[in-house]
Ligand binder design. Structure first.
Ligand SMILES: [Zn+2]
Length: 246
């Protein structure tokens, strides 16, 4: 009759290989991580530029409406001035028209008086933003398919590992079925709690034995029980099933 703990040790080797496959599956390749970050950065920049453009367009629209309003007021003032019945009235309209002219000039600007106005800088901002937007959009259009290709390649890698995992898992389960079920169950619950190993070899030291998982020195009677191998003995310190080795 073979030593069930030797079989359990083989089972644990398989389990650790399966753990490694899971770890490999969840690892994101460096080029993929970078491509994800790159696209996200570009998309953030794009959204930011779109917000800015929206605001500048709104500001431009507001100024444009004000200009239309001022010009229509000026038209009316001019018409009223033409029909004014007294010199005093004419002067009043004249003053109103001058004030409207000043405000219109503040908006439209005047090359003659070297007044920049409010519209020209807004138009310039709109051009600049549209230009930068087009550049960033082109970068996004380039980055997106590259990222998609990397995502697809990674998915393929994960799927291939999954196929390997499933086939090795089936082998592992067949091996587990040859070991007494209570031992496998105990091993599995320890392995879960200990995040990795449920079985540890004991090793000879200068004056006795130690657990190779946690390195604690084992009491003599524990070491003897392990040698006798008549029942499952667990490490008094880490709780793993102890095996005398082959
Ligand atoms: Zn231990």
């Amino acid at each position: 009759m073979s030593d069930p703990l030797a079989e359990l040790n083989r089972l644990q080797e398989r389990d650790l290989e399966l753990d490694q496959i899971r770890e490999d599956q969840s690892r994101i390749p460096e080029d993929l991580a970078q491509a994800r970050l790159h696209l996200r950065t570009l998309e953030d920049r794009l959204a930011d530029l779109q917000d800015q453009l929206r605001e500048v367009n709104l500001a431009y629209h507001k100024v444009e409406l004000e200009l239309q309003d001022l010009k229509s007021k000026r038209e009316k003032a001019r018409a009223a001035q033409a029909q004014a019945s007294s010199a005093k009235e004419q002067t009043q309209y004249g003053e109103q028209i001058r004030q409207l002219d000043d405000r219109i000039e503040e908006i439209e600007g005047s090359e003659k008086k070297n007044v920049e106005g409010q519209m020209a800088p807004l138009v310039e901002q709109i051009y600049k933003l549209e230009e930068e937007l087009a550049q960033v959009k082109a970068q996004v259009d380039e980055a997106r398919p590259r990222l998609e290709a990397l995502e697809a390649a990674n998915q393929q890698r994960v799927n291939d590992l999954e196929a390997t995992y499933q086939s090795q898992k089936a082998d592992r389960d067949r091996l587990a079925a040859t070991i007494p079920a209570p031992i496998v169950k105990e091993y599995e619950s320890i392995r879960k709690a200990r995040k990795g190993t449920g079985l540890a070899r004991m090793a000879k030291t200068g004056n006795g034995y130690r657990c190779t998982a946690c390195n604690v020195q084992l009491p003599m009677h524990v070491a003897q029980q392990i040698h006798q191998a008549q029942k499952v003995v667990r490490c008094p310190s880490c709780g793993r099933i102890l095996w005398k080795g082959e």
